[in-house]
Design a protein around this ligand. Structure first.
Ligand code: BDR
Ligand code: CA
Length: 313
């Protein structure tokens, strides 16, 4: 079983990623480290605790991390992720976070793994603030991380948070700069690939089909924060960006992509813009496996089937 940490800012599609990981026996979820992003830190932590409690998995610890980005002014997600999840959608819980911060948790997990000759995998589905800080905490942290699988960036596809940027990078570009240049192998799911798989009402009914409380909550969240955009995609449906990082760990064959150098613009009017050397034009060494294609049906089926079977009684 692969030991993973999910670093997250739940977030509706973060909820799908967390549920998919909890529904996957191939993965050993060491903990959920929360970062401010879509919503403020307190609401993100609350949301994460509600999700693990609903899944009957209070044994998976939740940690609270950075309350804001390293350098830039704080920005939050828009339309889809306002505030904490309503109790009518995801039930209230008394479950709370650990006393230790996300940053220390990530660093210590990595150092512990490295001391045993092992390495952990991090699924990064929010701004990279926690991970950048953890990498700065001790010189050997990077050596304990096998790979970071991140949802973020937009290359040939256009940005969605601003015309030129994707939210997770836009919200903390300096953290992305640190993590992307840390030497830790990176797999990236940019908007270019996440917008290729659109979930519709048929999938929402699939989440509910077996009576899973988690499947029902996710369907309710997706319906409430409807992200279908026929104008943009030419067909109905909304993306579930973050779950692609977990899906890649489970079934990498669903995806296609290639190694290339990537980077982020840190200042000026287009700060947060990401670039990728698709054609090998620079002399920079590849620092990421950038995904550009997905088997849409295979991805949707994996996500729906697994989450539909989570926490059945
Ligand atoms: C990313 O930003 C957030 O809105 C989502 O949770 C996802 O992680 C998509 O750009
Ligand atoms: Ca997210």
């Amino acid at each position: 079983r692969r030991r993973i940490i999910i670093d997250t800012d739940p977030g509706v599609d973060d909820a799908a990623a967390i549920f998919l990981a909890l529904a996957s026996p191939e993965l050993d979820l060491a903990g959920i480290s929360v970062v401010a992003g879509n919503v403020g830190l307190a609401a993100s932590v609350k949301n994460a605790c509600k999700l693990v409690a609903l899944a009957g998995r209070r044994d998976v610890p939740v940690y609270a991390g950075a309350a804001g980005p390293l350098i830039r002014d704080q920005v939050f997600g828009k339309y889809a992720h306002i505030g904490s999840f309503a109790d009518t959608l995801v039930p209230e819980t008394d479950h709370g976070p650990q006393a230790v911060s996300s940053v220390r948790f990530i660093a210590e997990e990595a150092l512990k793994a490295a001391s045993k000759g092992r390495r952990i995998t991090i699924c990064a589905i929010g701004p990279l603030t926690n991970i950048a800080l953890a990498l700065r905490l001790a010189p050997n942290v990077a050596q304990g991380i096998e790979r970071i699988v991140m949802m973020g960036g937009a290359f040939a596809s256009l940005g969605h948070r601003t015309p030129w940027s994707e939210f997770n990078v836009h919200a903390d570009p300096h953290a992305a700069e640190i993590v992307w240049n840390s030497g830790v192998p990176l797999v990236l799911m940019p908007l270019d690939v996440t917008f290729q798989a659109l979930f519709t009402e048929e999938d929402f009914r699939g989440f509910e089909a077996k009576g899973s409380p988690c499947g029902s909550a996710l369907a309710a969240l997706l319906r409430t924060y409807d992200r279908s955009d026929i104008k943009r995609f030419g067909r109905p449906g909304g993306a579930i960006h973050d779950a692609m990082t977990i899906a890649w760990l489970l079934q990498p064959d669903l995806f296609s992509g290639k190694e290339m150098a990537i980077g982020v613009t840190l200042c000026g009017p287009t700060a947060g813009q990401t670039w990728a050397d698709f054609y090998g034009k620079s002399d920079r060494r590849p620092n990421a496996l950038v995904m550009s294609g997905v088997d849409e049906r295979g991805y949707r089926e994996l996500v729906v089937e697994r989450i539909a079977g989570l926490a059945l009684t």
